[in-house]
Design a protein around this ligand. Structure first.
Ligand code: RTP
Ligand code: MG
Length: 157
């Protein structure tokens, strides 16, 4: 039988400092219910520079400094997710950017449950497959073993 499942997509989810570590297990259980599989995951503490690179599309906006300072203020949890229409599936589960709006229009969503307002909103989700690729590179390709191996002087022959 030919499958009518939407194509699989990979996306990046971050559990932000207001929701990590307290709500990590709840969020992980929700992923399973939404057919989203975790391909890779880790805790990290972003530097300010990483947060500025990650959110560079918002450079110059009034919330940029608070956002990048906050995102680099404490550990977060990053997950590479895969599922049918994965980018949209994770953003739907996350809910609207503003958690107050989320409580009105998407009460099942993660931001409705765990977010506070338009700035402090529990999770991040890539907004397109292209953004996902860029963001996954920033979060997961820094200090990979291969990069370490090519720059480590004591491994040279
Ligand atoms: P995200 O990137 O975190 O998944 O959220 P999003 O696409 O729904 O929202 P986006 O417009 O990309 O904004 C990125 C994050 O910046 C903070 N923000 N604060 N105070 C404000 O007006 C404001 N606007 C955005 C939020 O943390 C938002 O998730
Ligand atoms: Mg965004």
């Amino acid at each position: 039988e030919v499958s009518s499942m939407p194509p699989l997509q990979t996306t990046l989810a971050l559990i932000k400092p207001d929701a990590y570590p307290a709500h990590k297990n709840h969020i992980a259980n929700k992923l399973k219910q939404c057919k989203l599989t975790i391909l890779n995951e880790k805790e990290l503490h972003m530097t300010l520079g990483m947060a500025q690179e990650f959110y560079r599309e918002h450079e110059g906006k009034p919330f940029f400094e608070d956002l990048t300072t906050w995102m680099s203020s404490a550990p977060i949890y990053a997950m590479v997710l895969e599922g049918p229409s994965g980018v949209k599936a994770w953003r739907n589960l996350a809910g609207p950017t503003n958690s107050e709006t989320a409580r009105e229009t998407a009460p099942w969503s993660i931001r409705a449950k765990f977010g506070t307002d338009g700035s402090t909103n529990a999770v991040h989700g890539s907004d397109s497959p292209e953004s996902a690729e860029r963001e996954i590179n920033i979060i997961f390709n820094i200090n990979t073993d291969s990069q370490v191996a090519t720059t480590k002087p004591d491994t040279a022959v």
